[in-house]
Design a protein around this ligand. Structure first.
Ligand SMILES: NC(=O)c1ccc[n+]([C@@H]2O[C@H](COP(=O)([O-])OP(=O)(O)OC[C@H]3O[C@@H](n4cnc5c(N)ncnc54)[C@H](OP(=O)(O)O)[C@@H]3O)[C@@H](O)[C@H]2O)c1
Length: 331
């Protein structure tokens, strides 16, 4: 597995990271043993970056990772942890909490659940509109000074917030949705990251499976599967979006790879400062994703991909209406 460095101050990580969110039910029921086997397979393949959030099923995801990582050398992997989303029993979110005292409280619980003495990259999942980002990042900086955190990350914020946060403490990376059908980062965010020397970890590179080549129009999402409420998967939009995937499939076939590999490779090809995260929750999906780092896209390939899926071609927002307003950029 090749490595990439997250920004000018961040760590070197595998060129592909593993996102563990789907292992905690966000995309419907996940098999615990298979999830753990997937984490092990990723580590064995050289993946060193593992992403989680304390609010993924209220600590379930961190406890699952703790179990999967037990007995491993702590220097063999890096944990990226998102915090700050408020939950209540049942589904849904109650906003974000970025107060300094909340940062430390969230961190204390995460360290315990993960069974570790430090988190490699710690990031607020969403901006708390009631708390200046300087205060939130200032609290993470204190936790770095105390040895509990190694790097500050951000998630789903706009260019102005990135600048303000970076002025308090160097930011290692921004985590944000970036895929062939979610390119809003290209306007202001990506140039700002490059100007400041901040890396980008891209999530949703398969648009949650929509552009993986495995989704079908008749697919009925489980009741607990968030894709059942995501506009791009809705009955009105999904057929249009899957027609884009079929166009992509023709390019993939000509290249001798799968649609998922092509979609991941396209994100990786947008710059050496970008690390795609994949949300594999089974060894089978992981095995498909891993070789994407070796798919070498030529200028002709990139042109063919963009012809198949031009910018802005997808229909529907990337999040349900209630969650769109918490994002720093649009689709
Ligand atoms: N910062 C943020 O706001 C934020 C938001 C969301 C996610 N994230 C992080 O980013 C990670 C990845 O995001 P994501 O899971 O939404 O995006 P994704 O990688 O675009 O989608 C993952 C889903 O795609 C499907 N899939 C089909 N073929 C696949 C393949 N070859 N490899 C992997 N998945 C395949 C799987 O669904 P099936 O298993 O049903 O086939 C899988 O659950 C998350 O785990 C999380 O750590 C961050």
């Amino acid at each position: 597995m090749q490595t990439r460095t997250l920004g000018s101050t961040g760590p070197a990580v595998s060129a592909l990271g593993l996102g563990a969110m789907g292992m905690s039910g966000v995309y419907g029921t996940a098999d615990r043993a298979e999830s753990i086997a997937t984490v092990h397979a990723a580590l064995e393949a050289g993946v060193t970056l593992i992403d989680t959030g304390d609010f993924y099923a209220m600590g379930h995801n961190e406890l699952l990772l703790a179990e999967a990582l037990r007995g491993r050398d702590r220097d063999d992997y890096l944990l990226s942890v998102k915090f700050g989303m408020l939950r209540a029993p049942g589904p849904g979110f109650g906003g974000a909490d970025g107060r300094p005292e909340a940062v430390k409280n969230f961190l204390a619980y995460s360290l315990t659940r993960l069974g570790t003495d430090h988190i490699d990259i710690y990031r607020p999942a969403r901006l708390d509109p009631a708390v200046p980002i300087e205060e939130t990042v200032g609290a993470i900086k204190e936790m770095i000074d105390a040895g509990y955190v190694r790097h500050v990350g951000l998630s789903e914020v706009d260019a102005a917030t990135i600048r303000r946060a970076h002025a308090v403490h160097p930011i290692a990376d921004l985590q944000i949705e970036y895929s062939l059908i979610s390119r809003a980062v290209e306007a202001d965010v990506l140039p700002t990251l490059r100007e400041l020397g901040i890396g980008l970890t891209a999530y949703g590179v398969l648009s949650r499976g929509l552009i993986s080549g495995h989704w079908t129009a008749g697919h009925e999402a489980d009741p607990g599967d968030s894709r059942g409420h995501t506009p791009r998967f809705s009955r009105e939009n999904v057929e249009h979006n899957l027609a884009l995937v079929e166009a992509l499939r023709r390019v993939a076939e000509a290249k001798g790879c799968t649609v998922a590999q092509l979609a991941i490779a396209w994100v990786a090809a947008q710059g050496g400062d970008i690390v795609p995260l994949v949300g594999a929750r089974t060894r089978e999906r992981l095995a498909e994703a891993l070789p994407a780092t070796e798919v070498d896209l030529t200028a002709d390939d990139l042109a063919a991909i963009e012809k198949a899926v031009p910018p802005g071609a997808a229909r529907g927002d990337r999040y349900p209406p209630a969650l769109m307003s918490s994002l720093g950029v649009g689709n």
